[in-house]
Structures are given as C-alpha cells and as structure tokens.
Design a protein around this ligand. Structure first.
Ligand SMILES: Nc1ncnc2c1ncn2[C@@H]1O[C@H](COP(=O)(O)OP(=O)(O)OP(=O)(O)O)[C@@H](O)[C@H]1O
Ligand SMILES: [Mg+2]
Length: 271
C-alpha cells in the first residue's frame, strides 16, 4: 500500500517554512560528518535508524532546538537557507516543529477538552469544531478511545501520544513533526503516517520498526553520533514492504488477541 500525495509548497507557507536544512557536525570522536546537507521539504517522510546510543535522538533534538553549532553534535540547522528567527526558539506558539517522545506527558490537571480549548484560544483559532476534530483524530490513532471529559493526567501513554500527534497536526499546525520511538506505544503507525501525509506534514521518525522505516521516503542511518548514510530506496524496497505489511497485519492480530486475554493456539489462523 502506498500513499502518494501532491504537497504544494504553499501548505507549509502558512508557517513560511519551505525547507529545513541540516548541516554536518561531528561524530562522538570529533570527526566531521560525511554528508553535505540534509534538506527536509513539505510532505517528506524520513526515518532515523541505527544502534542504541548512535545519536538518533540527538539528531532530532538538534532540529527541535535549531542547533547553531551549540549542541554536543556541532550541527547547524537552517530554515529556508537562513539562521531561524529568535522567536522560533523563544516563543512556543511560533515554533514550526513539534517533538513527541515516549516520555511526552501532559502535566496539566484539566479535562481533555478544557486543555485543548485553552490551546485553541492561545493560538487564536476561530474554528469552534477544532477541539472535537482533534479528539476524533486522536481516536483514529489509538484503540483506547479518549473521552473529552477525561483528565489529561489519566490518559494512557498511547492515548497521550495520539492526542499530542493530533494536536500537532490540527491545533499547533506544526509543519514538521518529530516522533521519537512512539511506534510501540499503542498507536496505529500506518494511520498516523497516512494522516500526516494527507496534511502535508513533514515527519521524522526515530524508529526500530521495519514497517515505519520502509514507509519512509528516506532513511538516515546513524553510527557513533554521526549520520553514516542517507538511503533513498525510490520504490526498490516495494516487494519487501508488501511482505512486511502482510506480516504486520498478522502480528497486529496476535497483539490484539493477546491484549484481549486469549490463548493463541493456532486454531483457525493462517501464519
Ligand atoms: N555527535 C555526537 N557527539 C557527541 N555526543 C553525541 C553525539 N551524538 C550523540 N551524542 C550523545 O550520545 C548519547 C547517546 O545518543 P542518543 O541518545 O541520541 O542515542 P540514540 O541513538 O537515540 O539511542 P537509543 O536508541 O538508546 O535511544 C547522548 O548522550 C548524546 O548526547
Ligand atoms: Mg533515542
């Protein structure tokens, strides 16, 4: 299954972002990274892969803080080819990047709809339906339904991340979304990728998941704190993707049945 969407540049223009450029820093031993630049444009789907400790989180953190050779990696991040304006860093409402990690938590002791309504008001969004739309979208990402009256602090990890992704898409309207290993946390990965593409969001996944990696247009491979290579399969992995999708359907089925407390005896199942 492939998702092909035309992403006109104007969509990112609402936040005046046409491209984000990452310039090389150095690895953990101080050696300069061997890429010229990595450019992220509207609608790009990128995954970051590599062993534990290889610098995947550091890479997306550099983007989140718009590093200017002032982080451990020495990288520089430009917006539309220039040093980004101060308010991108200072003012959270101006920030064109949303970072969601496995540890992302909302600490406000408010109901889901009060929390979202406050955010909508802070962003001066006129659409009165947007809170409901955000909760509905979040509920498409998670099997555990979120009720508007539910306390934010009482949401599960999967519900929280689903809500944060939906918020980043509809309310924050961030053109670039960074997701750090959220795929195992009870959210529907393919659905998230499809909706992000439909909304022309650029997305970078730090992932160990073969399906998420194969669904991305580019794969950045990290080693020893540096970008080792950037793979752009351009359809070459299509057969394997179809195979992995089939395996994934079976695994999801098993996961749901285990969650439901069933004993998997193999009866009536084709493996
Ligand atoms: N280029 C670099 N130079 C110096 N230190 C680095 C560099 N890249 C990463 N580090 C540091 O190495 C440590 C591990 O990096 P990081 O957390 O990004 O790894 P990771 O690939 O996300 O690992 P995991 O899969 O366990 O989440 C961190 O303390 C980070 O600050
Ligand atoms: Mg990490």
């Amino acid at each position: 299954m492939y998702f092909i969407y035309a992403c006109p540049l104007q969509i990112m223009d609402s936040c005046a972002i046409r491209e984000i450029t990452i310039l090389p820093g150095h690895d953990k031993s101080g050696r300069t990274e061997q890429f010229q630049e990595i450019v992220i444009r509207p609608g790009d789907t990128i995954s970051i892969v590599g062993p534990t400790g290889s610098g995947k989180t550091a890479f997306i953190n550099d983007i989140e803080v718009f590093a200017q050779n002032d982080t451990a990696t020495g990288r520089t991040v430009l917006v539309n080819g220039e040093i980004p304006p101060e308010e991108y860093i200072r003012d959270p409402s101006m920030k064109p990047v949303a970072l969601i990690t496995q540890n992302t938590k909302c600490l406000a002791d408010l109901s889901v709809d009060t929390f979202l309504t406050m955010h909508v008001r802070a962003r001066r969004i006129g659409n009165p339906e947007i809170v409901k739309e955000t909760i509905d979208l979040a509920n498409q990402f998670t099997g555990e339904q979120i009720q508007p009256t539910c306390r934010i602090t009482a949401l599960s990890g999967g519900q929280t991340r689903s809500l944060m992704v939906a918020d980043a898409i509809l309310i924050s309207n961030a053109p670039l979304i960074l997701l750090d290993e959220v795929e195992n946390a009870g959210i529907f990965r393919e659905k998230v990728i499809r909706v992000l593409k439909e909304h022309c969001k650029s997305v970078i996944f730090v992932t160990h998941d073969p399906l998420v990696s194969l669904l991305s247009d580019r794969r950045i491979v990290m080693r020893n704190g540096a970008v080792e290579k950037v793979l752009e399969p351009k359809g070459e992995e299509r057969q394997i993707l179809e195979f992995v999708e089939r395996i994934d359907v079976t695994l999801c089925l098993f996961r749901e049945r285990i969650r439901a407390g069933e004993l998997l005896t193999g009866q009536g199942m084709s493996v």
